[in-house]
Design a protein around this ligand. Structure first.
Ligand code: FPP
Ligand code: MG
Length: 305
């Protein structure tokens, strides 16, 4: 199987995992579940759960019932961040993943609540891993409670004010302002790097990687996140609504400083290449093999969508 076939197959498997964990649309509050599922099942690339499960495999993880709730959880957190990012008070965008944004379809109040619901439900879902551990034979439970607790700690921190939310704050405060390279790097490391770091670190932690290995994974994922976001800036200028499934020139509309406005297209492309090469070198120093994961990291920065 070539890489394209593999990635399609893996994305389809993740789709099936997500469907297992989405909330039922029921009760008087069913509108929020419908809005959550509308955004969750809009067909993103599913990169974060993919990075998580591939990193889990890299370190020899084999318990599907433990990694799967975390895979669903990271995609829920990512999806909530997109729903809120598209709100009128933030980037005010009407298309995402090739369809109308959640607030356009369900109204602004429900857009806010669906985002809140997804963030909370992400943790409700991740906590299901504990039920799974409890169901294992005593001999197989060894250390798993601690690993799952550590993974939750990382997930919470990297999604919060010291991670993604913190990065979004720096982003919002930068609109219409001249912003330097250092601030931009810091914002990207938190805003986009946060969840990519969480994805790979959670996979590594649950599979029993050592502290030193988890630290290396954090560095690799940080670089992947930074390169991924610079590529996102580039695609906002060079892509189309059709290929990206979201409006282009959104950064210009919001008067945002980006790597493209700061350095120009060519230099921004060179940065992406340099940073991803650094990630690949660090990956090599782990002394572990997962060829698909390596190709995935390369694809993320060469993508056109
Ligand atoms: C596209 O991911 C998303 C990014 C490059 C990250 C941008 C960061 C935010 C929107 C943070 C917002 C934070 C808050 C707190 C509102 P992707 O290309 O993987 O999208 P896909 O899942 O649709 O493929
Ligand atoms: Mg934004």
């Amino acid at each position: 199987m070539n890489f394209d076939q593999q990635i399609k197959q893996k994305a389809a498997a993740i789709e099936a995992v997500l469907k297992k964990y989405i909330p039922q649309e029921e009760g008087y509050q069913r509108t929020i579940m419908a809005a959550m599922n509308y955004s969750l099942l809009a067909g993103g690339k599913r990169l974060r759960p993919m990075l998580m499960s591939e990193t889990y495999e890299l370190f020899g993880g084999r318990e599907e019932g433990i990694i799967e709730p975390f895979m669903a959880a990271i995609e829920m957190i990512h999806t909530y961040s997109l729903v809120h990012d598209d709100l009128p008070a933030m980037d005010n965008d009407e298309y995402r993943r090739g369809r109308k944004t959640t607030h356009v379809v369900y109204g602004e109040a429900m857009g806010i609540l669906a985002g809140d619901g997804l963030l909370n439900y992400a943790f409700e879902t991740a906590f299901q891993a504990f039920d799974r551990i409890t169901g294992l034979e005593a001999g197989e439970q060894s250390g798993l409670y601690q690993k799952a607790a550590k993974a939750l700690q990382v997930l919470g921190k990297k999604a919060g004010i010291y991670g993604m939310i913190g990065g979004q704050v720096i982003d919002m405060e930068g609109c219409g302002k001249a912003v330097g390279r250092e601030r931009l790097d810091h914002m990207y490391q938190l805003k986009t790097g946060g969840l990519i770091e969480a994805s790979m670190m959670v996979g590594a932690i649950l599979a029993g990687a050592t502290e030193e290995e988890v630290l290396k994974i954090e560095q690799i994922a940080g670089d992947v996140g930074l390169a991924f976001q610079i590529k996102d800036d580039i695609l906002d200028v060079t892509g189309t609504l059709k290929t990206l499934g979201k409006p282009v020139h959104s950064d210009e509309k919001n008067e945002k400083a980006t790597y493209v406005t700061l350095l120009g297209l060519e230099a921004a492309n060179n940065e992406v290449r340099g940073i991803s090469e650094r990630a690949i070198t660090t990956f090599g120093s782990l002394g572990k093999r997962n060829d698909f994961l390596l190709d995935l990291i390369k694809m993320l920065v060469n993508r056109e969508y």
